[in-house]
Design a protein around this ligand. Sequence first.
Ligand code: FDA
Length: 303
Amino acid sequence: MLRAAFLFLSRRRQLRRWMETSPVAARLTRRFIAGQRLEDVIAVARRLQQEGILSTLDHLGENVTSPEEAAAARACIELALDSIAAAALPATVSIKLTQFGLDISDSLCRANVATVLDKARSVGSRVEIDMESSEYVDRTLQIVQDLHSGGNCLRAVLQAYLYRTADDLRRLNSLRIPVRLCKGAYNEPPSVAWPNKSDVNASYARLARLLLDEGEYPAFATHDPRMIDIVLEHAARTSRPPASFEFQMLYGVRRDLQRLLVSNGYRLRLYVPYGDAWYPYFMRRLAERPANALFILKNLFRH
Ligand code: FDA
């Protein structure tokens, strides 16, 4: 019930405006968000690099309503890619298509993504296209397929909680499009997604094996030790070398598990958000683990 409440609150625009301009915003969000500025996230990515951890930078924002806002989001990502190149960081960028204008028009969004994709290709990085709520899945995957031109500079995301995902995964695998597999973070109806956690986990396990068997440089985005074990067991059984796939986790989540994977020689990429449009992202993190709310409140009053 708390999960549904946080996801409901994540879509309240008034509350979002109030929270994002609140004077305590930075103290509230510091566990999950690198900071407001590009320099903040570059500093975090540099520190992670020293710890042997890769990163993917997420300039926070979603559901823009004008072409100007979409162009501004695109410009931020271009700057991020320039900074990644200048600092020679092992980093990619993660974007949301509604931040690039998907709610305005598919063609505007596609053109914005094509621009950052060219940039990523030219600096040897990659654009990872986050997956949003189920109403966007068809159009997101269409744009991914339209823009994929071989090579490794684009990655799609699929969500294990959706019934449709096995079909999508087989198609992307056959097109050699790299995939990040996650469980899924939005409030979906039972008509499109498994409502029970155990079914979502079973789906993740099946899809992870399929992705390892057929996928192009797979990425497993999870903090669930059982899912990580399933990936590692299947990779060992099929003699898949550790350098041929990666794990991905969120900045600030399960740092113990992050260190364990890296010290055992596995590739780990952290998803590191930055910027001031933090509210929906932050609320989804609370929905995943309502106990975070308590932890954050305690930190707020600690000096
Ligand atoms: P699960 O939710 O079962 O959690 C397993 C354990 O991890 C918990 O018991 C807890 O210990 C820890 N944990 C998980 N979430 C936590 C949190 N917020 N705070 C503290 N501890 C936590 N979703 C989506 O719909 N579209 C997308 O594009 C992406 N992209 C993405 C990228 C990356 C790198 C990650 C790691 C995740 C995503 N997600 C996502 C989010 C994903 O769908 C999912 O909601 C979360 O990863 C939580 O699921 P877990 O697999 O971690 O398992």
